[in-house]
Design a protein around this ligand. Structure first.
Ligand SMILES: [Zn+2]
Ligand SMILES: [Zn+2]
Length: 80
């Protein structure tokens, strides 16, 4: 099973999309945003574990170096 990536911060309910690089996660998959993790000194309040930066999903590169969009990506609405 892949990690279940939670879509929001458990502390402030801020949206943390899978592509977010601002998400912090503990080994029990408690998920927090960067500012909350910082405010908690990088310690998960639920389990006491350390918070690590969650790897962004879906923005990685495949072997030949091409950037591929995630299959389930919802494109950000173009501003134009
Ligand atoms: Zn938060
Ligand atoms: Zn935790």
């Amino acid at each position: 099973m892949a990690l279940e990536l939670r879509p929001t911060c458990e502390r402030c309910d801020r949206a943390l999309p899978h592509q977010s690089t601002d998400a912090m996660i503990c080994s029990y998959e408690c998920t927090f945003c960067g500012p909350c993790a910082e405010a908690m000194q990088g310690v998960c309040p639920s389990c006491g574990g350390g918070l690590e930066r969650r790897p962004a999903r879906g923005t990685g590169q495949i072997a030949d170096g091409r950037e591929v969009p995630p299959a389930d990506a919802r494109a950000v609405a173009p501003s134009a």
